[in-house]
Design a protein around this ligand. Structure first.
Ligand SMILES: Cc1cc2nc3c(=O)[nH]c(=O)nc-3n(C[C@H](O)[C@H](O)[C@H](O)COP(=O)(O)OP(=O)(O)OC[C@H]3O[C@@H](n4cnc5c(N)ncnc54)[C@H](O)[C@@H]3O)c2cc1C
Length: 481
């Protein structure tokens, strides 16, 4: 058994864990980070994210940041609970302190922490630049991390060790240690040989992501169709939910929507991270029966992610097929919206295409006949919702509705991939984990995906920021002991 000691133990070295570790070090604490991955694969989801950030070039969150979170603060909240959260935190009933919802305090510190967090990140050597997302009209202002999340991981990890911290790779945390007063006094884990590692600490920060890499928790919380999903990138496989589970085991309050997760549509044949098939608004999507089943181009900003992913996941085998014809080239560089390394399935006729994807030919031909009957032949303008919807077709396609008629025909298979799970832990504004009765669990903090603040549609491009802001708050507060 390995026995170690420090002021602050951090579980996980994604953006949240690294922000916590460095902030604690800056505040004079000694820090040990436990990381399940080997060094070359460190950093969980953060390593694989493009790290788009929902801020202006000046690093300020836009108005839709707050309004987005307020719209998705929770479901059918009891008005009395919301009213009582308007006063000082100390006056909130314990039920409200433990309530799964985005409270005003939490949202205020999140938003206020963004500009300072980005300034800190820049000063540590992480370069930011103006960015965009292909094929999403009405995109909010975006900044990106140059080189994506990998730059965050590979810049901050060396700084942790340079500033005296220790990172234990291939070390998985399983259980929290507590004293008789319910104070968290450390964390127990296992190394690559399954030998015990016990880290005694004044505080523990759980920054171990969600449970996207744990099929048992996915089936338990997200439901049986999660059997057809997989993490959108390799890093998600490391996040198996121990951080959440070990905190729940000692009485932590759950928060965030356990029944849902952030999803994207990917090509299942591809090894690539985030093998998106986001050009599907330019064609139709059918299931294995050769039938359409959702509006491929609705006016909803999130049309390209959550809704289609859920719809595809609920089809037989959890799979859909994006079908287009050669006129797609009129839409410009549509391939920029495809991140699969696999070539499209191509065919000279619809019958041949049906045979290649295993759909009944007559059904697919009828679907396309019906669809074409409700479409125009106008040129496609993908820079804005063009309002060219189908007429008399069910389900309707609201924009970019053009006939699928000119061979050759192409197709990409699509499944729903989990980007990160929403169900996690309830924290206060200092990222301290509270128990199911709303009291702080002394010595326990959470950050990043391990903090539950998403209910309903995820406010896109705010997850790296959540890790950054709550990681810094956790590390700074935890260092005070
Ligand atoms: C492909 C992709 C694209 C994305 N695009 C964006 C985007 O553009 N903008 C945005 O804001 N968000 C995006 N996200 C989401 C965002 O990247 C993540 O939500 C965020 O990086 C999570 O940071 P984190 O530190 O909480 O978790 P992670 O980065 O996942 O880190 C968790 C760490 O904990 C470790 N770990 C897990 N369990 C244990 C354990 N028991 N013991 C020890 N270590 C453990 C893991 O190995 C990992 O290093 C994207 C995600 C992916 C995968």
């Amino acid at each position: 058994m390995k026995r170690l000691q420090c002021d602050v133990a951090v579980v996980g070295c994604g953006v949240a864990g690294l922000s916590a570790a460095l902030s604690a070090l800056e505040a004079g604490a000694s820090v040990i980070v436990l990381e399940r991955a080997p060094e070359h694969d460190r950093g969980g989801n953060t390593r694989w994210t493009g790290a788009l950030l929902r801020v202006t070039d000046a690093g300020e969150p836009g108005d839709d940041f707050r309004s987005g979170y307020l719209l998705g603060a929770g479901y059918h909240l009891l008005p009395e609970f919301v009213r009582s959260s308007a006063g000082a935190y100390e006056t909130w009933p314990s039920l409200v302190k433990a309530l799964p919802f985005v409270d005003r305090e939490l949202l205020d510190v999140f938003i206020a922490g963004v500009p300072a967090g980005l300034k800190w990140l820049r000063e540590l050597g992480v370069p930011l630049e103006h960015d965009t997302f292909p094929f999403v009209p009405a995109i909010p202002p975006l900044v990106g991390v140059k080189g994506g999340g990998k730059t965050i991981v590979e810049t901050l990890c060396p700084l942790v060790t340079k500033q005296g911290g220790t990172i234990l790779y291939e070390t998985t945390a399983y259980r929290l240690l507590q004293d008789e007063d319910n104070r968290v006094t450390g964390v127990k884990g296992a190394d690559a040989n399954n030998e015990s590692v016990v880290v005694a600490a004044k505080s523990v920060v759980l920054a171990s992501g969600g449970f996207e890499g744990n099929p048992a928790m996915m089936a338990q919380y997200i439901g049986p169709n999660s059997r057809y999903m997989r993490p959108v990138a390799r890093g998600g496989w490391y996040n198996k939910g121990e951080g959440i589970r070990m905190a729940l085991d000692i009485g932590a309050a759950p928060a965030g929507d356990y029944a849902d997760c952030h999803r994207e549509c990917i090509d299942p044949r591809s090894d690539h991270a985030e093998a998106l098939v986001n050009a599907f608004p330019l064609g139709i999507v059918v299931n294995r029966r050769g039938e359409r089943f959702f509006d491929e181009a609705s006016n909803d900003f999130s049309f390209i992610q959550e809704g289609p992913s859920v719809a595809i996941n609920s089809q037989p085998g959890g799979i859909g097929y994006f079908i287009y014809d050669s006129r797609i080239d009129e839409a410009g560089d549509w391939r920029a919206a495809i991140r699969s390394d696999q070539p499209p399935i191509e065919a000279a006729t619809i019958a041949e295409l049906a045979a290649k994807i295993g759909a009944p030919a007559e059904s697919l031909k009828q679907t396309i006949r019906d669809f074409n009957a409700g479409c125009s032949d106008d040129p496609v303008d993908m820079t804005t919702f063009d309002g060219h919807g189908t007429r008399g077709v069910t389900p309707k396609k609201s924009n970019f509705a053009r006939r699928i008629a000119r061979p050759p025909f192409g197709c990409y298979p699509m499944i729903s991939a989990v980007v990160f799970t929403y169900g996690a832990l309830r924290v206060n504004k200092d990222a301290q984990v509270v128990n199911t009765s709303g009291a702080v669990i002394p010595g326990l903090y959470a950050a990043g995906e391990t903090v539950g603040i998403v209910y309903g549609t995820y406010v896109a491009a705010t997850s790296v920021l959540r890790g950054l802001v709550f990681g810094r708050r956790a590390g700074t507060h935890a260092a005070k002991g």
